[in-house]
Structure formats: C-alpha cells, structure tokens
Design a protein around this ligand. Structure first.
Ligand SMILES: Cc1ncc(COP(=O)(O)O)c(C=O)c1O
Length: 393
C-alpha cells in the first residue's frame, strides 16, 4: 500500500473515461442515463454497478469517499451534505427504538442537541458517561458508544483503545468524530472502533468554502448506511462541494503539518505570557491528556485554547484587537479563526455544564491557520499588550 501523502493525492482519482480530463470533473447531473431497459433492470437489482441518481451516488462525490476511506484505513466511506447529516444518518441507520446511545463528551453542541432533542423523540435514550469509569459506560440497552477526540473547546482526549475494547467486548457499535484530529493525526479504526466520521467542512475541505460530512468503516456497514441513512434520509453531498472537498483532501497532509507547526509555536508562546492563565494544547506537557495524545496522535493538531486573566473583559479586548484571526465559528480553514465559546458556541449551556467543560468567561479558542506562525505570534502579542493597557493590568 502506498503511503498517506500519496494516497491523499491519487486514491479515487482516475482520468475521465470520455474526455481524459485528468482531474475528476464536477458531474453536475441529478440522474444518469442507463441506456437500455435491460441495463436499468440489472442496475436496480444491484446486479451491475453504476450510477443511477445523485442522491445515492455521484462520480465526483465518489472520489472524495474513496480518498477518505483510504486515509482512515476503512473498507468504504459514504459522504453527506454536512457533518450533522453524517452524524444523524449514522444514528438513524444503526439505532432502533428502545436502544441507548452512550457518549463520552464534551460533544459538539449540534451533536448533543441532535442526540437529546431529536433521537429521544424516536424512543432512543441518550446517556452522558463522560468522566465515568469504563465499567459504568454500558447498560444492557446500550447499542452505540459515541466519542469525539480531541474535544471542543479545551481539547481533552478520549482513550480510543479503551473505547474500542469496551465496545468490541460487548458487541456495541463504536463511533468516533475525528473532525479535530483528521486521519493525518489519528485513525480511530486502527484502535478498534467501528465507524469514524467527520465534519468535512473543517480540515478535510480546509478552505472554508464547502460544507460536507463523511462516515467510514466496514463495507457491510457502509452499504447499510448508504441504503438507509443516505438513500432514505437524503442528506446527500452536492457534486460542487464534493469537488472542493476532494481537492482539499489532496493537500490535507501539507496543511496539517503547517497547522501543527503553527499551533505548537503559538501554544508555547502563550504559555509564557503573564496575562494567560492557562493554555490548552494536547502537545504541551501541561495538558491533562498529553500522555494519551502521545499514544494516539501523530502530532497534536491545529486547535489551541487559552484562558486569559481578566475574564470576559480581557477576552473582548483581546479578540477585538486581533487582525489576522477572524472572529468566526468553525475551524480547520487555512485562515486563522478565533472564538469566544462562552458568548457564542456554548452560550445556551447551563452554568454547571460550562464549568465542567472549562468554558470560562476568559476562554478563547484559536483555529490556527497556515499563515507564517511568526506573524500570528506578533498578532497575539499586540492583542495581549492592548488588553494590558486597556484593563490596566
Ligand atoms: C466536532 C464537530 N462535529 C460535527 C460538526 C458538525 O458539522 P457541520 O457543521 O459540517 O454539519 C462540527 C461543526 O462545528 C464539529 O465541530
């Protein structure tokens, strides 16, 4: 098997059979002419492969799916219109009324909202087992364990080896959201998990110009996901976005190295600043999950969070003073982004949950882009100086 960087570029990509176009074009078509009564009947009976309708499969989308499957070490992958479409399709395909879903959080707010507000309406119970010992994770109704790693916004890690073992022993489906790490840094299936999924909107696409989601795993599970979660639920990825995502995946290794280089340097810089109370980065020995990060991540990713002395007032001046970091949600773009979780993404959560997750008024989350880290550090430095002056600290 070829190496990761080679597979990112080559897997799934074939010259167009009609024109020879070297890069797979945007197959902007809803339907595919199957040519004859006989062939149509064979294709619908599943006796002959091929495309019939873009909700179920499309050649541009397929290149993206094949790349992700290869990079995650999966037999197959299915793409969706967004990360949430992938997550909901996995849940609707593999859970039934009466089943329990257990998650180890914290989770992306949209995912937690979907679990508690939507899945619960279909008779599926949801239990947060975060911080509980592994012996307490499962009940006799548990059918799925769901984890994210690293988690938002303080970049805590879940032990994938342990999740894979507990799920495997009990015959419970294990699912990991690998959006923050990407397969370049962590491959959950290698640790024994069953399904890995992504908001491809983030690092896989990498340029902040496309929405998408993808799930990968064993061929049989992916066939079920395609026929139920995609074909019947219908959150299909459009060819235009698929083109941008498959192009993004080709440069994933290069971008991730740059994100990691930048984040490592910024985290080290921030750790030395007197205005900064805490820095959260799995690559720092001070991070509570650093040992685990060394075991299950190849590098430590492009996300950094910092807690400022001076609470919300300090965070406000700091964020408003940044010039290279756009204040925006989302992550994984080539451009650097910054958010204040307490007043934006986590605004609706109760105080006790915020405290448990470390979302303090002074917490700022950075998605470190691929700009020159020296320029980013200078930007952080001038913003910290403004905080010091304005708040007379
Ligand atoms: C970890 C994680 N998973 C899933 C999602 C949802 O993805 P999308 O916005 O593509 O639906 C997000 C979005 O921010 C996320 O951060």
């Amino acid at each position: 098997m070829k190496r990761f960087k080679t597979r990112a570029v080559h897997v799934g990509s074939h010259p167009d059979p009609v024109t020879g176009a070297h890069v797979t074009p945007v197959y902007r078509t809803s339907t595919f002419a199957y040519g004859s009564f006989e062939r149509g009947a064979r294709m619908f009976a599943g006796e002959e492969p091929g495309y019939v309708y873009s909700r179920i499969g499309n050649p541009t989308v397929r290149v993206f799916e094949e790349k992700v499957a290869s990079l995650e070490g999966a037999e197959d992958a299915v793409a969706f219109a967004s990360g949430m479409a992938a997550i909901s399709a996995v849940a609707f395909t593999f859970l039934r009324p009466g089943d329990e879903l257990v998650f180890l959080g914290p989770l992306y707010g949209g995912t937690e909202g979907f679990f508690f507000d939507v899945l619960s309406r279909f008779g599926i119970s949801v239990r947060d087992a975060s911080g509980r010992p592994a012996e307490e994770w499962l009940s006799d109704k548990t059918r799925m364990i769901y984890v994210e790693t690293p988690t938002n916004p303080t970049l805590r890690l879940n032990d994938l080896e342990l999740v894979g073992k507990v799920g495997g022993r009990a015959g419970v489906l294990t699912v990991a959201d690998n959006t923050f790490a990407t397969p370049y840094l962590t491959r959950p299936l290698e640790h024994g998990l069953d399904i890995v999924l992504h908001s491809a909107t983030k690092y896989l696409g990498g340029h902040g110009d496309a929405l998408g989601g993808v799930a990968a795993g064993k061929a049989e599970a992916m066939a079920e996901l395609r026929s139920h979660g995609l074909r019947h639920v219908g959150g299909s990825l459009g060819a235009e976005d698929a083109f941008l995502l498959m192009r993004g995946v080709k440069t994933l290794p290069l971008r991730m190295e740059a994100h990691c280089d930048g984040a490592e340097q910024l985290a080290r810089f921030l750790e030395g600043q007197e205005l900064v109370e805490k820095v959260y980065y799995p690559g720092l020995p001070s991070h509570p999950d650093h040992e685990l990060a060394l075991r299950q991540m190849d590098r430590f990713g492009g996300m950094v969070a910092l807690e400022l002395h001076g609470g919300e007032a300090a965070a406000r001046v700091f964020l408003d003073s940044l010039t290279l970091f756009a204040q925006a949600v989302s992550l994984g773009d080539v451009e650097s982004l910054a958010t204040h979780p307490a007043s934006t993404t986590h605004e609706l959560l109760p105080q006790e949950v915020l405290e448990r997750q470390g979302v303090t008024p002074g917490l700022v989350r950075l998605s470190v882009g691929i700009e020159d880290p020296r320029d980013l550090i200078e930007d952080l430095q001038q913003a910290l100086e403004k905080v010091k002056r304005r708040l007379a600290m």
